[in-house]
Write a protein that binds this ligand. Structure first.
Ligand SMILES: [Zn+2]
Length: 111
Protein backbone atom coordinates (compact mmCIF):
# COMPACT_ATOMS: atom_id res chain seq x y z
CA UNK A 1 0.00 0.00 0.00
CA UNK A 2 1.12 3.55 -0.69
CA UNK A 3 0.14 6.81 -2.26
CA UNK A 4 -0.86 7.00 -5.90
CA UNK A 5 -1.15 9.95 -8.26
CA UNK A 6 -4.76 10.78 -9.06
CA UNK A 7 -5.85 12.93 -12.02
CA UNK A 8 -9.32 14.42 -12.39
CA UNK A 9 -11.08 13.31 -15.57
CA UNK A 10 -12.50 16.83 -15.95
CA UNK A 11 -9.29 18.80 -15.59
CA UNK A 12 -5.70 17.60 -15.72
CA UNK A 13 -4.70 20.41 -13.34
CA UNK A 14 -6.71 18.73 -10.61
CA UNK A 15 -3.93 16.37 -9.64
CA UNK A 16 -3.17 15.06 -6.19
CA UNK A 17 -1.96 12.06 -4.27
CA UNK A 18 -4.06 9.77 -2.12
CA UNK A 19 -3.68 6.41 -0.43
CA UNK A 20 -4.24 3.63 -2.97
CA UNK A 21 -6.68 1.90 -0.63
CA UNK A 22 -8.89 4.97 -0.32
CA UNK A 23 -11.94 3.95 -2.34
CA UNK A 24 -14.67 6.08 -3.85
CA UNK A 25 -12.56 9.22 -4.13
CA UNK A 26 -13.85 12.03 -6.33
CA UNK A 27 -11.93 15.15 -7.32
CA UNK A 28 -11.58 17.38 -4.25
CA UNK A 29 -12.02 20.48 -6.44
CA UNK A 30 -14.86 19.68 -8.84
CA UNK A 31 -16.15 16.30 -7.62
CA UNK A 32 -15.28 14.75 -10.99
CA UNK A 33 -14.26 11.14 -11.43
CA UNK A 34 -10.58 10.47 -10.97
CA UNK A 35 -8.09 8.15 -12.62
CA UNK A 36 -5.21 6.68 -10.64
CA UNK A 37 -2.17 6.88 -12.85
CA UNK A 38 0.74 5.58 -10.84
CA UNK A 39 2.70 5.29 -7.64
CA UNK A 40 4.28 8.34 -6.07
CA UNK A 41 8.03 8.13 -5.74
CA UNK A 42 8.66 11.63 -4.42
CA UNK A 43 6.53 14.40 -2.98
CA UNK A 44 5.61 17.55 -4.84
CA UNK A 45 1.90 17.03 -5.36
CA UNK A 46 -0.77 18.06 -2.88
CA UNK A 47 -2.68 15.37 -1.07
CA UNK A 48 -6.42 14.96 -1.50
CA UNK A 49 -7.04 16.71 1.81
CA UNK A 50 -4.69 19.61 1.02
CA UNK A 51 -6.27 20.18 -2.37
CA UNK A 52 -9.75 20.08 -0.90
CA UNK A 53 -8.91 22.98 1.42
CA UNK A 54 -7.83 25.28 -1.41
CA UNK A 55 -10.05 27.74 -3.26
CA UNK A 56 -11.98 26.39 -6.21
CA UNK A 57 -10.49 27.52 -9.53
CA UNK A 58 -12.56 27.61 -12.72
CA UNK A 59 -13.08 24.24 -14.36
CA UNK A 60 -10.46 23.56 -17.03
CA UNK A 61 -10.07 20.82 -19.63
CA UNK A 62 -10.43 17.07 -19.54
CA UNK A 63 -6.99 15.46 -19.98
CA UNK A 64 -6.44 14.65 -23.65
CA UNK A 65 -5.55 11.01 -22.96
CA UNK A 66 -8.97 10.42 -21.39
CA UNK A 67 -10.67 11.51 -24.63
CA UNK A 68 -8.26 9.47 -26.72
CA UNK A 69 -8.88 6.32 -24.70
CA UNK A 70 -12.63 6.84 -25.00
CA UNK A 71 -12.31 7.38 -28.76
CA UNK A 72 -10.29 4.15 -29.04
CA UNK A 73 -13.12 2.30 -27.28
CA UNK A 74 -15.68 3.77 -29.67
CA UNK A 75 -13.65 2.81 -32.74
CA UNK A 76 -13.15 -0.71 -31.39
CA UNK A 77 -16.87 -1.19 -30.73
CA UNK A 78 -17.95 0.26 -34.08
CA UNK A 79 -15.38 -1.85 -35.92
CA UNK A 80 -16.56 -4.99 -34.14
CA UNK A 81 -20.17 -4.25 -35.04
CA UNK A 82 -19.25 -3.86 -38.71
CA UNK A 83 -17.04 -6.93 -38.52
CA UNK A 84 -19.85 -9.06 -37.05
CA UNK A 85 -22.22 -7.76 -39.74
CA UNK A 86 -19.68 -8.44 -42.49
CA UNK A 87 -19.86 -4.79 -43.54
CA UNK A 88 -17.06 -2.80 -45.14
CA UNK A 89 -14.96 -1.20 -42.38
CA UNK A 90 -13.97 2.37 -43.32
CA UNK A 91 -10.21 2.58 -43.58
CA UNK A 92 -10.39 5.98 -41.84
CA UNK A 93 -11.40 4.22 -38.63
CA UNK A 94 -8.32 2.02 -38.72
CA UNK A 95 -6.08 4.96 -39.58
CA UNK A 96 -7.48 7.02 -36.71
CA UNK A 97 -7.12 4.06 -34.36
CA UNK A 98 -3.45 3.70 -35.29
CA UNK A 99 -2.83 7.45 -34.89
CA UNK A 100 -4.33 7.42 -31.40
CA UNK A 101 -2.41 4.30 -30.36
CA UNK A 102 0.79 6.00 -31.50
CA UNK A 103 0.01 9.19 -29.61
CA UNK A 104 -0.90 7.32 -26.40
CA UNK A 105 2.23 5.16 -26.61
CA UNK A 106 4.47 8.17 -27.24
CA UNK A 107 2.87 10.17 -24.43
CA UNK A 108 2.91 7.43 -21.82
CA UNK A 109 6.33 8.49 -20.58
CA UNK A 110 5.17 12.08 -20.06
CA UNK A 111 2.61 11.26 -17.39
ZN1 LIG B 1 -11.58 18.07 -10.86
Amino acid sequence: MGNVICICMNDANHIFIAADNRDGLRCPICEGFIKRVGCVVEGGLPTYDELRKRNKPALGLTPRFIWLEERLNQIEKATNRYFDNKEYIPIEWIEEYNLIVNELNNASGDL
